[in-house]
Design a protein around this ligand. Structure first.
Ligand code: PLP
Length: 415
């Protein structure tokens, strides 16, 4: 048994809160290592959403009756809780609920990009962007005439910050960068990037989908103009994400979706917009999901974001060392250290990543295989696909041993 240095978290007790982890397939206990895609949901989150539907389900903002008042308070206060969690001192006005990180990217691209960008403007991304940002800004570039440029990554999978300093100029209008790469595991120096963007009066959007779930994040320390993440990657429900935006920037933006709730006054000719954040939340929102997201934040903060970060880094180091010891395994991204997060992307020589994931599935080990929504990055790495093991609060080094055993099994099958 190789449990080491993880006493800080009582993983056994944590696992008991996640009913799904008890599942078995073909008589083998589930080993869930696909957390960068979606994390599992603990009882307190399931219970909070169940309570909402049992006790106070109603539409928000517009009801006079008790249920609507209770639902409205819970929904509105959920914005305050998210603001507090990521250090947004402006409170609810700076937090817009979206479907997920992807919708947050699209919201800014449409509501800000389409109105503000034109020929001569530049959008600077990184070579490790997720399609959520890459495809979105690429399309906004095509529609507005703005040029999209990419900050290079070096051979270790880190951003080339000298290239960033060259690439970001007074022509740059937006810098959009991933905080933690979902393919390489690299933790980017996002506050340095934001500083460079601001030196040139550009705005900065940070994609925190792989950062907020597993480390303390302070959007004001980073000084990002926009910051986004998804609930389903942080022990919360699907269907909800959040966009943080600096109040002044959000105020200056046009709405993204039009309809009910986002207006103040409507005539047959004209409409005026509601206050922040409701101006960006048209129609009936994700009420149960907002309740679930708050429960997830409470759950994670009870454990402690510092401890979650330490736990994941230890697991990532352990997995890296196990895989690195195998000469036929190629690992992507930086070596373990302060700038590597809790996932390991790799390939086993002679075995397609999909075959590897399928053999692992035979042993109830769930990993991801494919391009992880980073096709251009995979092209750059010279591979069509990779396998990815990603960790969360409930994972153990013993599970990584099972991953290593499943890789061994695949190697023998394909020998
Ligand atoms: C870095 C990163 N950005 C964005 C996304 C998109 O998240 P969602 O599918 O929740 O919109 C993901 C999901 O894998 C991601 O890892």
């Amino acid at each position: 048994m190789s449990q080491r240095n993880l006493e800080a978290l009582d993983v056994g007790a944590i696992r008991e809160a996640f009913p799904i982890l008890q599942r078995e397939f073909n008589g083998e206990q589930l080993v869930y290592l696909d957390n960068a895609a979606t994390t599992q949901t603990p009882d307190p989150v399931i219970d909070a959403m169940s309570d909402y539907y049992r006790e106070y389900n109603a539409n928000v903002h517009r009801g006079i009756h008790h249920l609507s008042q209770e639902a409205s308070i819970a929904y509105e206060e959920a914005h305050d809780r998210v603001a507090e969690f990521i250090g947004a001192s402006g409170g609810r006005e700076e937090i817009v609920f979206t479907k997920n990180t992807t919708e947050a990217e699209n919201l800014v691209a449409y509501a800000w990009g389409l109105n503000e960008l034109g020929p001569g403007d530049e959008i600077v991304l990184t070579e490790m962007e997720h399609h959520a940002s890459l495809v979105t800004w690429q399309q906004i570039g095509k529609r507005t005439g703005a040029e999209v440029k990419y900050i290079r990554i070096d051979d270790d999978g880190r951003l080339d910050m000298d290239h960033a300093a060259d690439l970001i100029t007074d022509d740059t209008a937006m810098v959009s960068a991933v905080h933690v790469s979902n393919t390489l595991g690299t933790i980017n120096p996002v506050s340095d990037l934001v500083d460079i963007a601001h030196d040139h009066d550009a705005l900065a959007f940070i994609d925190g989908a792989q950062a907020v779930p597993n480390r303390p994040v302070d959007v004001e320390a980073i000084d990002a103009d926009f910051y986004a993440f998804s609930g389903h990657k942080m022990a919360g429900p699907t269907g909800i994400g959040a966009l943080y935006g600096k109040k002044a920037v959000l105020e200056a933006m046009q709405p993204y979706l039009y309809g009910g709730d986002m207006i103040t006054k409507v005539t047959y000719e004209e409409s005026t917009w509601n206050d922040l954040p409701w101006k960006f939340e048209a129609g009936t929102p994700q009420i149960a999901e907002a309740v679930g997201l708050v429960a997830a934040i409470d759950y994670l903060e009870d454990i402690g974001m510092d401890r979650i970060e330490a736990h994941e880094q230890e697991l990532a180091r352990y997995a890296y060392e196990q895989l690195d010891a195998e000469p036929d395994v190629e690992i992507y991204g930086p070596e373990p250290g302060p700038d590597r997060g809790g996932l390991v992307g790799f390939n086993l020589e002679g075995v397609h990543a999909h075959d590897l994931a399928s053999i692992m599935n035979d042993h109830a080990v769930a990993i991801r295989a494919g391009d992880h929504c980073t096709q251009p990055l995979h092209d750059k790495l010279g591979v069509a696909a990779s396998a990815r093991a990603s960790f969360y609060v409930y994972n153990t080094t013993a599970e990584i041993d099972e991953l290593a055993a499943a890789i061994d099994n695949a190697r023998q099958l394909f020998a």
